[in-house]
Design a binder for this molecule. Structure first.
Ligand code: SAM
Length: 280
């Protein structure tokens, strides 16, 4: 009788262990979030699948990207970034049940190896490794994040569903079914005075750049001849402008900015010369 009781106990223990282990590996969460439910700083309303795809297309997401969704909800943006675009995707979600639910959704979608949703506060967690940041928050939260976003690597794309970034104008926008989303490309910091010269030449010009976010303008002074920059553009770390030189010839410059250095080419009368610019 005692032996039977022991056997029965062992079997019950084995079943309990199996059940617990089974629960730990089960891919389905039975948590059911409700549209409009309270969140720490903003309620949960999911972005529609169609708009998610348009947002990620607008940001040209590829399998080279690391996408972070700030306030990940049920994980739809991170999961789509991984499943349709091949990106590595992360989500930061304050609600712990929602974060588990989103990770469970990633498993169901078959992209658990590419998607990681973690519980955390978007104002405390780090996301500086992202090449693409997505969000569906509120105007004042976008503005609170703006200084952090502007310090990200130049070229990082930011996409926001519905809300803009104040006076930081978007580089692109998309509308779908009465909803809209905006794209910004983090610009290099180029404001100030640069010394520009053709590589292998000692002649130097002084380039003065004024910058407000991605909008730039300024002047270039070559052998005492000062010209305005024409059609100056900055997209991420790529800068382009034209000017009329001291010899009255139109020059076009395109260059890549890396910290205190720009390297690129100047096109003049159909020919191209390598140039570089530096600043202290
Ligand atoms: C409007 S929903 C957007 C969800 C998802 N990004 C989408 O577009 O479908 C905002 C989400 O942010 C979460 N949230 C609110 N404040 C947060 C915070 N400080 N840190 C992290 N997540 C937050 C909410 O719980 C909610 O799931």
């Amino acid at each position: 009788m005692m032996k039977f009781f022991k056997l029965a106990c062992n079997a019950a223990l084995a079943m309990a262990v199996a059940l617990v282990m089974g629960c730990a590996s089960t891919p389905v969460s039975d948590y059911q979030p409700q549209r409009g439910q309270t969140g720490k700083d903003v309620i949960w309303i999911p972005t529609s699948p169609e708009l998610v795809t348009r947002m990620l297309n607008m940001a040209k997401v590829s399998n080279q990207d690391i996408v972070y969704d700030l306030g990940a909800g049920d994980g739809i943006i991170a999961i789509t970034a991984a499943k349709q675009f091949g990106a590595r995707a992360f989500g930061i979600e304050y609600n712990p049940q929602m974060a588990l639910h989103a990770q469970s959704n990633a498993r169901i979608a078959g992209v658990a190896d590419k998607v990681s949703i973690r519980q955390g506060d978007i104002f405390e967690e780090k996301f500086d490794e992202a090449s693409v940041v997505t969000m569906y928050l509120l105007p004042h939260l976008n503005l609170k994040l703006r200084p952090t976003l502007l310090k990200m690597k130049p070229g990082t794309r930011i996409v926001s569903h519905a809300f803009d970034m104040g006076e930081w104008e978007p580089d692109d926008r998309v509308g779908f079914d009465y909803a809209s989303a905006y794209l910004w490309v983090v610009p290099s910091a180029v404001q100030g005075q640069w010394t520009l010269q053709e590589v292998d030449s000692s002649a130097q010009s002084v380039l003065e750049i004024e910058q407000i976010f991605q909008r730039i303008g300024g002047t270039i002074t070559e052998r005492g001849h000062k010209s305005p920059l024409l059609g100056a553009q900055l997209r991420g770390d790529k800068i382009a402008f034209q000017y009329v030189g001291a010899d009255q010839q139109l020059r076009s410059v395109t260059a890549q900015v890396s910290g205190k250095r720009m390297q690129g080419v100047m096109t003049l009368q159909g020919g191209q010369l390598p140039i570089e610019a530096t600043r202290p």
